[in-house]
Design a protein around this ligand. Sequence first.
Ligand code: LIP
Length: 277
Amino acid sequence: MTESVTASALVDIAGSLARSVGQMIHEKRAAGVDVAATKSSLTDVVTEADREAERLLTEGLRSLRPEDAILGEEGASVAGTSGVTWVLDPIDGTVNYLYNLPAYAVSVAATVTDGAPGTMSDGRRAIAGAVYVPTTGELFTAWHGGGAYLDGARLSGPAETELLSTLLATGFGYTVERRTEQVEVLRQVLPRVRDIRRMGSAAVDLCMLAAGRLDAYYERGLQPWDYAAAALIARESGAVVRGLGENAPGEELLIAGTPAITAELAGIIAEAYRTLQ
Ligand code: LIP
């Protein structure tokens, strides 16, 4: 079976699970949410809804795709034999979810490790992905070579080529050390763009870019589950998704936008980090 045929089947599974689990967490939000635990720092939280959402995603995938592997932000880890690994963020934008702010999403990606173009720094390449935003009911999907879609309508990505006109999103890590660095990078970037948005979910940021509602995005410190589906959606919308220099995008840095904007941003950000050495 060719990859495109497999990928278009996988994206339907990703979309259906992301939407059904997203609707469940939205209902839970209305009933009230509490912190269940903290992770990398006191501000890096997980809720019972995160855990329940990941359990439901895992159950659904085990039933529909029993030969596939699974990796989830909240600990799901299932070995597989098919070569496909599902990478799950049950709630990307967990702090927003805790505070009942709208920017949070369920992210489901089917990935392979064939090293082909599009492979991220964690070694995985998404071939199908879905991001569901419960507060708007919007489902973003893409499969490799098949394009990116919002509720079935094709997305054409960002168009901005002037940095000073660029509406740029970014995010910050959960540790003081990481944030101290990030504010220095932001000091270099902010005077050169239209404005900054910090929405609190990488998956939402990259889908907004794919929909042309943002012109560019960058962040350091993302985990595979934060970007696996949404980086594919951004790429399939026509955006460039890159790292620093020749490095693959991922935890070191992920920059997305038009070719001109991502090249300019990469230069500014690389110089900012050099001055921090
Ligand atoms: C979030 C990312 C976001 C980042 C936040 C957090 P989480 O993921 O999507 O881009 O800025 O600090 O890491 O923790 O909500 O799954």
